[in-house]
Design a protein around this ligand. Structure first.
Ligand SMILES: NC(=O)c1ccc[n+]([C@@H]2O[C@H](COP(=O)([O-])OP(=O)(O)OC[C@H]3O[C@@H](n4cnc5c(N)ncnc54)[C@H](O)[C@@H]3O)[C@@H](O)[C@H]2O)c1
Length: 332
């Protein structure tokens, strides 16, 4: 199938992908949403989008490890935002080969398909995890790359491919390194939804390490930044940090959730949730000046407002028993 202009989003059924889909459709862009194929034909987090809005998108199922099918999906696009990836750090320790296949070979396939199709901009979504333990209070883009997990290593490799396709083939690639993103529809394995979900159940919280500090951007702000990178003209390769510039510890998040819910939350350490010390990064705070200056982007929602919205969504989800995040429609 061949596209006529517009934006292609890989990993569109994922957490950030669903917010980007919403933002692209709200901006009136011709939008192709690439979803990972499965025989269930699921649309992932896109089930939360307004059906009328979603009907304006072109949804296609495929796999980024299959270069030829990806090429057909990307053909004719103005811009591709490449989000599809395996993202769990603990699972990357258990199954690193699958991370190389998806995050490295998959990115190679996106770049090559975009090159052959003459796509106008490829936004590669990397991660702040490429920096490893911070050597400076706020991390700027010149900070050394020290991947501490197989996941981070595959993202460094994916970035290197993006840089090479930019240099060797003049492919307009932009590399974005988001720090942590949070918000509605995020997997409950991630730290903020875990805290909220346990707090809503009313028991004590069982968490891993409380001291790591992260810079959390609300998902709609992340989506706005990615859309800007894809559509705002040539901002070059980057790389660009994407974060708020403020970092808080896991303990701080517990405190904020407790304040919003109006009660004190007791925390017990769960050894199973503690990452191996060698794979844990103490503190990540974005120096976001390069991206702000290139695009004018800035976060619109505070951490506290974002957490309040995430609590609302998790409360709503807990009230449903309809297999909400699935669809049984037959596809392909
Ligand atoms: N969530 C964060 O805080 C965060 C922070 C930094 C970077 N990132 C990056 O942002 C991107 C999106 O992350 P997310 O949090 O939305 O993750 P997610 O797991 O919710 O979404 C990833 C999507 O990729 C799809 N996918 C995985 N393998 C695929 C394959 N072989 N073919 C096609 N699709 C495939 C999945 O089905 C899923 O929908 C990732 O590249 C991640 O590394 C996320």
């Amino acid at each position: 199938m061949s596209r006529t202009g517009g934006i292609v989003v890989t990993g569109a059924g994922g957490f950030i992908g669903s917010h980007l889909a919403e933002a692209a459709l709200a901006a009136g862009l011709s939008t192709t949403l690439m979803l990972r194929y499965s025989s269930q034909g699921g649309i992932g987090n896109l089930v939360d989008l307004d059906p009328d809005t979603l009907s304006r998108a072109d949804m296609v199922w495929g796999d980024i490890t299959d270069g030829r099918s990806l090429a057909r999906i990307i053909e004719g696009a103005d811009a591709v935002v490449h989000l599809a990836a395996l993202i769990g750090i603990p699972y990357s320790l258990a199954a690193p080969e699958s991370y190389v296949a998806t995050n490295v070979t998959g990115t190679l396939n996106v770049l090559e398909a975009a090159r052959l199709a003459g796509v106008g901009r490829v936004v590669l979504v990397s991660t702040s995890e490429v920096y490893g333990d911070a050597e400076t209070a706020a991390i700027d883009e010149t900070h050394p790359l020290k991947p501490q997990s197989p996941y981070a290593a595959t993202k460094v490799a994916a970035e290197a491919l993006g840089r090479a396709w930019h240099q060797s083939f003049d492919l307009p690639v932009t590399i974005i390194r988001p720090f942590n993103t949070f918000g509605p529809r995020q997997s409950r394995r991630a730290v903020i939804p875990t805290i909220i979900a346990q707090a809503l159940r009313g028991d004590g919280l069982r968490l891993g390490s409380l001291w790591p500090q992260r810079d959390f951007t609300y998902a709609a702000d992340t989506a706005a930044a990615l859309l800007t990178a894809a559509t705002a003209g040539d901002i070059g390769l980057g790389p660009y940090n994407l974060g708020t510039g403020r970092s808080v510890s896991v303990a701080d998040v517990v405190e904020i959730v407790g304040q919003i819910l109006g009660r004190r939350l007791e925390v017990e350490t769960d050894p199973e949730r503690i990452r191996p010390a060698s794979g844990e990064v103490d503190r990540l705070t974005a120096d976001n000046r390069r991206f702000r200056e290139a695009t004018g982007w800035g976060p619109r929602l505070s951490l506290e407002e974002g957490i309040a919205r995430t609590i609302d969504q998790l409360r709503r989800d807990d009230g449903r028993s309809d297999g909400h995040r699935r669809t049984d429609d037959y596809r392909v």
